[in-house]
Design a protein around this ligand. Structure first.
Ligand SMILES: [Zn+2]
Length: 313
């Protein structure tokens, strides 16, 4: 695919602005029939627990209507480029190593011009390697497991040379295909390190159709959240306080999950690869939230609550 196709231009931005106004007035309605068709396959019954920690990150305040379609209350929410650390008895790993030092030159410069101003985080944003150094009691990570390969979920790897990465096979194929990376993808972070591909070849879990039991003990289960990118995954983690579901960018904020609302069309139109599939995944998350605390990676308030997360099971 050519650069011209992959980079949003003026016409696309105008179309997105039109869509933003339409979405504000009339958000995409819930697909009640699809919602009723979703079945709950239940959760595993593991006898081990893991610990999930959200590393420190500087939040950014944004108007809610710029994130959640047709939503004006509260007027503003906070988002952040959070990285999570999961401690399992057999290994410690990073979910979404989000930010690198000198990100402007190493990552943001590779994004389409029209997106740079929108996605550029505040200057106080903490690189993943720095956030890790602020938590000396955490074990050193054995590998990283990005929910997907967008730049703000992998570029922290640039400061963690040699750290192996586990990546969903369709996501790896998507980010690697063609002469340039898809919008928001940064390939440099995945170079010169071991990449272990995996498939979601396990049974349905909760409201999701495919899974992978990462350690074979049911304590960490990867589930299919395709739509935002072709290989987006969620990470279901069995903690002492209940189940947590790290949901990547399937939603940017928990209000989307609660209300089944799409991302606002700009920049949402540019970052969701498949809008219909993303919307369906949102329906699945909406039902799953009764059994697991759903944490979108960029939802700062949700990440802060992680330390006292509660879930029904
Ligand atoms: Zn993303």
């Amino acid at each position: 695919m050519s650069n011209a196709v992959r980079s949003p231009g003026l016409i696309q931005c105008c179309a997105a602005a039109t869509g933003l106004v339409r979405g504000m007035v009339r958000p995409r309605p819930v697909d009640e029939r699809f919602l009723r068709s979703i079945t709950d396959a239940g959760l595993p019954d593991p006898n081990r627990t893991v610990r999930v920690t959200a590393l420190d990150q500087a939040p950014r305040s944004v108007p809610t209507a710029m994130v959640v379609e047709g939503t004006f209350q509260p007027r503003r929410i906070t988002n952040a480029l959070t990285t999570f650390v999961i401690e399992h008895p057999e290994a410690t790993f990073l979910v979404d190593p989000s930010y690198c030092t000198d990100a402007e030159a190493r990552a943001i410069a590779q994004l389409p011009t029209a997106l740079r101003g929108v996605v550029r985080p505040p200057v106080e944003t903490v690189p993943t390697v720095t956030a890790l150094s602020l938590r000396p009691n955490l074990p050193a990570p054995d590998f990283a497991l990005p929910t997907h390969a967008h730049w703000d979920h992998v570029c922290g790897l640039l400061d963690l040379p040699g750290l192996p990465v586990q990546l969903h096979r369709p996501e790896h194929e998507w980010i690697s295909a063609g002469p340039t990376a898809p919008v928001g993808g940064v390939r440099d972070a995945l170079l010169d390190r071991p990449i272990v591909e995996f498939d979601l070849d396990g049974p349905p879990v909760l409201t999701f159709t495919r899974s992978r039991d990462l350690f074979g003990d049911g304590s960490i289960v990867l589930v299919d959240l395709a739509g935002h990118t072709p290989g987006s995954i969620g990470i279901l983690a069995h903690t002492e306080r209940g189940w947590v579901l790290l949901a990547g960018d399937a939603a940017w904020h928990e209000l989307q999950v609660e209300k089944i609302r799409q991302k606002s069309s700009f920049p949402g139109n540019f970052v969701d690869e498949n809008h219909d599939e993303t919307f369906k995944t949102l329906h699945r998350l909406h039902l799953a939230r009764h059994f697991a605390a759903v944490i979108p990676t960029h939802d700062h308030e949700a990440a802060l609550r992680l330390s006292h997360a509660t879930a029904a099971r």
